[in-house]
Design a protein around this ligand. Structure first.
Ligand SMILES: Nc1ncnc2c1ncn2[C@@H]1O[C@H](COP(=O)(O)OP(=O)(O)OP(=O)(O)O)[C@@H](O)[C@H]1O
Length: 535
């Protein structure tokens, strides 16, 4: 047969390099080759020199093709033959079954019959990549002419095999990453999926709200002093939501330098700025199909607030230095210990963003207003810290220790309690915990110091106290009268029965009792506050 070698080369190359799907490429190529050679099978193999193992990574017939990882160990003779043949590029094997290398491979593949074979060692830029083998039809032998024809395809076969190996490696890495990801998500789940201590006591009302909002897509704004458990509740919302199998990505808005904010949140393309050596996905992109937890949202600079608003509204981002718009499916939970309303007035927080985030606000009370949670939190932290510190004997509390803990006002909330327990475990070396060092005397029943931030937390969080004080003042002005033209309800512009309900809830006496107390000069705001602090 007269063959135009350049046409043969071009057509075979187009087929073997025409698809990243190596199975498809091999089958198309074999179908073409079989017009010129008595070829029935085409295989790619790699050789592990250290182990003396031939791995067949794909095999095609003219009807089908499959990727595989079939490993054939060679005996000493086979290994020696591979070494001896290193300098040969193409080899004609008259009878495959009798060959020290091809024989075991053919048997491993389950191919029978008296076949001859062509083996072509593939090299790219001087490096050995693997081997391609072509099996003949039974009882038909390849000849020198076939060897020469197949040798023309060394380079395209090498490229195809190298690409396929790279692709396979990428897939393995991708599977491994996905597996790691699943593992870490599970581990995170174990850590973050922790029970919310106090869920049935001091945080009962809060947990009711969490359960209400968790199944929805609505943004949630968690408010509360530092260390009060905002992140714990953000995790609880995520874990109870339909997105619980997706990622929960936390962004500490106060910890990212302004200059890195955009690239951290939205990611960047390779070369977008000095030091951007690779493409990086931002936190929003990573949170796709999950939840993004924007902690310390009050710390976000104004410019970043504008961009955040756009992401929340349009659910799409652009990486820094990129032009592609990427759609993202995220649910947003934000948290802050700051007084956002005051920040609105000071124009340091955008109104539009505030109203977007504040769809479902949850204000978490400080620990001093839910002392009933302290015993369970103490046990929880003792267990957690003992585990972390690898203490095998569970430490116990000395008599009076719990009382001391209950009397303290915990300006740093659960986090401060956690730290106090860790400190005590270190000092007591895992023995009996007494908390003698806790400065309770000076702290006991003192007004709670404002948290270390520019806003007054108590002012916002003790809304009930403010409300009680205001209602008390108006009642005084109205001589204790609730209803009528000169009643407090009219001045407060609410329905009298609503006012009574609220007064009852806030513990404000009405009727004769109120008049008597007012005469005695009892301020409702103070009364409510003191009651709460001791409660
Ligand atoms: N109800 C709770 N149950 C179990 N652990 C809690 C609870 N509340 C707080 N903690 C623990 O206390 C520590 C502080 O909680 P967390 O980080 O959630 O507070 P935060 O309000 O987010 O603080 P910040 O405002 O400083 O970010 C964490 O170790 C957390 O696990």
């Amino acid at each position: 047969m007269n063959i135009n070698e350049s046409v043969f080369f071009r057509e075979a190359t187009l087929r073997i390099c025409g698809s990243l799907d190596i199975e498809k490429a091999m089958q198309r190529c074999l179908q073409y080759l079989s017009r010129f050679l008595p070829a029935t099978r085409l295989c790619f193999h790699v050789y592990d020199r250290a182990l003396g193992i031939v791995e067949t990574i794909a095999m095609a017939t003219t009807q089908n093709s499959q990727a595989m990882a079939l490993r054939t160990p060679l005996d000493t003779r086979g290994r020696q033959q591979v070494e001896d043949q290193r300098s040969f590029r193409t080899k004609l094997v008259e009878r495959m079954v009798e060959d020290a290398v091809a024989g075991p491979v053919v048997r491993q593949l389950g191919v029978t019959g008296d076949l001859s074979g062509l083996l072509l060692d593939l090299a790219l830029e001087g490096n050995f990549v693997g081997t391609v083998s072509v099996f003949s039809e039974p009882d038909i032998k390849f000849n020198r002419h076939h060897v020469q024809l197949l040798s023309l395809l060394n380079e395209p076969f090498s490229i195809a095999l190298a690409n396929s190996l790279r692709y396979r490696e990428l897939q393995t890495l991708r599977d491994k990453l996905a597996d790691d990801n699943r593992y870490f998500q599970d581990e995170m789940q174990k850590i973050t999926g922790q029970a919310v201590v106090g869920a049935d006591l001091g945080l009962k009302g809060i947990m009711d709200m969490v359960r209400q909002v968790a199944p929805l897509e609505s943004p949630v704004l968690l408010l509360g002093e530092t260390g009060v458990g905002k992140e714990v509740l953000a995790n609880a919302i995520h874990n109870l939501s339909p997105r619980s199998n997706g990622p929960m990505i936390r962004v500490n808005c106060g910890a990212i330098p302004d200059t890195l904010m955009d690239s951290e949140l939205f990611g960047h393309e390779k070369g977008a700025f000095t030091g951007a050596f690779t493409r990086k996905r931002g936190r929003f992109e990573r949170a796709h199909r999950g939840t993004v937890f924007l902690d310390e949202i009050g710390e976000l600079p104004l410019e970043a607030q504008v961009r955040l608003l756009r992401v929340i509204q349009e659910k799409e981002i652009e990486r820094v230095g990129g032009s592609e718009t990427i759609r993202i499916d995220i649910r947003v939970i934000a948290a802050t210990h700051r007084n956002l309303e005051r920040m609105l007035n000071q124009s340091t927080f955008r109104k539009d963003l505030y109203f977007r985030l504040r769809v479902f606000p949850i204000a978490i009370p400080p620990l001093r207003h839910r002392r009933e949670d302290i015993p369970a939190l103490v046990q929880h932290f003792i267990q957690k810290k003992s585990r972390e510190m690898k203490l095998f004997v569970k430490p116990t509390l000395s008599p009076g220790a719990l009382d001391r803990l209950l009397q303290y006002t915990w300006p740093g909330n659960a986090r401060e309690l956690e730290n106090a327990i860790e400190r005590e475990l270190i000092v007591c070396k895992g023995g009996v915990l007494s908390f003698d060092d806790l400065n309770i005397k000076s702290n006991k029943f003192k007004p709670v110091p404002p948290p270390p931030c520019e806003s007054s937390q108590d002012e916002r969080l003790e809304l009930d106290a403010v409300m009680a004080g205001h209602i008390g003042k108006v009642l005084k002005m109205c001589n204790g009268r609730v209803e009528g033209d000169k009643g407090a309800a009219r001045l407060l512009n609410i329905n009298p029965s609503t006012l009574r309900k609220r007064m009852k809830k806030l513990g404000i006496p009405f009727g004769r009792r109120h008049v008597r107390m007012a005469r005695e000069g009892v301020e409702h705001g103070e009364k409510t506050d003191t009651t709460r602090q001791r409660g």
